[in-house]
Design a protein around this ligand. Structure first.
Ligand SMILES: [Cu+2]
Length: 647
């Protein structure tokens, strides 16, 4: 009865909140000229920050400049991209292999920059795939996806990928609990058969290569988000959970019954000790690990069959539950590493846990119960403070490094600024509308760069020119350099800007790769120079070793191809200059184009269906004589006697 009442009171309150906050627009907007001056990046000038926004359900990662909000690039990660041939070319197909077969799409949510000593270092950025659980690593020298690892025993990989202080581990938690290992059981057997997992992916410090080190088996809740400790809390990682009720139907009601759910505080150093003592078990688990080989410029998949699992029940001391109101979503650790802030979607306060108090409560065994052997700490013993009047539906918190925290409130569509230590709200600003995550450059690190907070909004109704039933999604740039937040800029985004990261541009520019060195290209289908260009038939397979340079292909005329042949175009771009890609497309190509960077070799497969003449051409406008960059292929019937020739 109590639960029903709570919901009855909450819902109208949420609606009222939305109306109230949305009506108080514009007073926090900086004057137009002031705002324009702050975001205007004059022609020839560069943005101060690179910002990386997830594309949500487009499966990619977009690169923007701040403060201008200009879009620079969409990095292909989990989805095929015909613009570049990613996931279509023979070199990149393997990136999208999974234990469920080739998967050309996913839902990408949380980009996360690699860190050293708790500060983003600009080496790599990681991002998760929610639907078929995977984590990708993007190399920030090339802005290309370098690696994708699948996560077994996981579903709805939402609490992912969050990094420990020195990128020792990428941590990832399962949103949906599932049978481990997965098996055919009645869904109604949820409580007995379904489990959660917390995954720890080891990162090689020199190469960035990921390896699934271990998983921890935990009670069957929904594990939503995570952040690792830093400074004093280094060695710990914190995972929010909801549905501690372990409901498997109508979760909007059945998973909202308990006043508090839990943050799981995981001592990963202790987990490492258990593993070294042989307490973990190898279990069968099928998953793929796909790596783009930098020398061969070719992706290769490795199929894995085992994973090391620690059962939390058998490893006392590795997990403690911090009771947290109510159905918490985000969990964020402040720059000092002392405060653990939760965003309870249905909570009326923002609870802030103290790491010091948590350790003391553990030492004193100040427990109020346990779940499957995991002790539940006493809320009053671990809480540092509660932020009152935090807006409706608080979700995520980032920090400015000056002692303030900024929390997004989804239902009341606003950002609330509050002071660490006193917990008082000092400012609030409306967002348009329904903010999810928010992002301050470095705002989840030990040393935030501050300056701006970006609101990542779900709804933009009335903010942009309408474009039919689907309206663009958007971000908003807000100045946080003064006492009061000031709205500077709205800018639309590609896909859902679910979460973002930003880093000063200087850090990345100095490592930017300008072209691939031809000499170092070890692609098995590389053509060293025009003299080596050739066409080879092997049964019904034809391999075209083609080169590009301004402004011709070699060869540019090919005869003797037959209907139904599998024609592989292996194209090497011989250019050794910055920003001289060439493209390749042939009429009737039932695949995608290829975009080949200087020094790269890329391969696309074409199976011609009809006899005739097929022109091909360069798709990337490369020079004054770009329109002359073309050729012809003669396709004959299967029984014709036209000889293979080329020039
Ligand atoms: Cu060209």
């Amino acid at each position: 009865m109590k639960t029903k009442k709570t919901i009855l009171v909450l819902v109208p309150l949420l609606i009222l909140g939305t109306i109230l906050f949305n009506c108080s627009q514009s007073k926090e907007t900086a004057s137009f000229s002031d705002a324009a001056e702050k975001v205007y990046v004059a022609p020839g000038k560069l943005d101060e920050f690179y910002a990386f926004f997830s594309g949500g359900f487009n499966g990619q990662l977009s690169v923007y400049g701040l403060p201008s909000g200009r879009l620079f690039k969409s990095i292909s990660v989990f989805s095929q991209n015909p613009e570049t041939g990613y996931g279509y070319s023979e070199e990149t197909k393997a990136m999208l292999n999974t234990s469920y077969g080739f998967i050309p799409w996913d839902d990408a949510h949380h980009p996360k920059l690699s860190q050293t000593n708790g500060v983003p270092d600009g080496r790599w950025i990681f991002i998760n795939a929610n639907n078929t659980p995977r984590v990708a690593r993007i190399d920030l020298r090339t802005f290309e996806t370098a690696e994708i690892i699948e996560i077994p025993n996981s579903a709805g990989n939402h609490g992912s990928p969050f990094l420990t202080e020195n990128t020792e581990y990428v941590v990832a938690s399962t949103r949906f609990s599932v049978p481990v290992p997965n098996k055919d059981v009645a869904i109604s057997s949820y409580k007995e058969n379904f489990k959660g997992t917390l995954s720890f992916i080891k990162v090689d410090q020199n190469t960035g290569r990921m390896d699934l080190a271990f998983q921890i088996l935990v009670p069957g809740f929904n594990y939503d988000l995570a952040h690792a400790g830093k400074g004093p809390s280094h060695g710990w990682a914190f995972f929010t959970s909801y549905n501690s009720e372990q409901a498997n139907e109508l979760l909007e009601i059945n998973a909202s019954k308990n006043d508090k759910d839990f943050i799981a505080a995981v001592n990963w150093k202790e987990a490492e000790k258990y593993i070294s003592q042989g307490k973990a078990k190898w279990i069968d688990a099928e998953y793929y690990h796909n790596v783009f080989d930098e020398e061969k410029l070719h992706a290769y998949s490795e199929k894995k069959s085992k994973v090391l699992v620690l059962n939390s029940k058998e490893c006392p001391g590795i997990i403690y539950y911090l009771p947290t109101p109510k159905s918490p979503h985000g969990v964020d650790v402040d720059p000092s590493g002392e405060y653990i802030v939760a965003g309870g979607k249905l909570a009326t306060v923002i609870p802030v846990h103290s790491f010091t108090k948590m350790l003391k409560a553990i030492e004193n065994k100040d427990f109020i119960g346990e779940v499957d052997g995991i002790p539940i700490l006493r809320y009053e013993s671990v809480i540092a403070g509660e932020v009152e009047n935090p807006g409706l539906g608080p979700l995520h918190t980032e920090f400015d490094g000056k002692g303030y925290a900024y929390t997004s409130a989804f239902v009341s569509s606003e950002i609330v600024k509050w002071k660490l230590g006193t917990w008082e709200v000092v400012d609030r600003i409306p967002t348009y509308y329904s903010i999810g995550h928010l992002m301050i450059p470095g705002g989840d690190s030990k040393k935030p760069w501050g300056k701006y907070v970006v609101a990542l909004n779900k709804i933009t109704k009335d903010r942009y020119l309408p474009t039919g039933p689907e309206i663009c999604q958007a971000a908003q740039l807000i100045d946080i350099s003064g006492d009061k937040m000031k709205l500077l800029l709205d800018f639309p985004t590609v896909g859902e800007p679910h979460y973002a990261q930003a880093i000063p541009a200087d850090i990345l520019i100095k490592n930017n790769k300008k072209f691939y060195e031809l000499e170092k290209n070890k692609n098995p289908y590389k053509t060293n120079g025009e003299k080596e260009a050739k066409v080879i038939r092997n049964g019904n397979e034809v391999h075209v070793y083609m080169t590009t340079t301004r402004t011709h292909f070699k060869p540019d005329n090919i005869e003797g191809i037959k209907v139904g042949d599998k024609v592989y175009f292996h194209i090497t771009n011989l250019e050794q200059d910055w920003d001289i890609p060439h493209g390749f497309a042939v009429k009737g190509l039932n695949n995608s184009e290829l975009l080949i960077m200087p020094g790269q070799t890329k391969t696309i497969l074409w199976v011609p269906q009809k006899a005739g003449i097929y022109p091909f051409y360069c798709t990337d406008f490369c020079s004054a004589l770009h329109q002359e960059m073309q050729g012809y292929i003669r396709v004959s019937t299967q029984n014709s006697n036209v000889k293979l020739s080329y020039n």
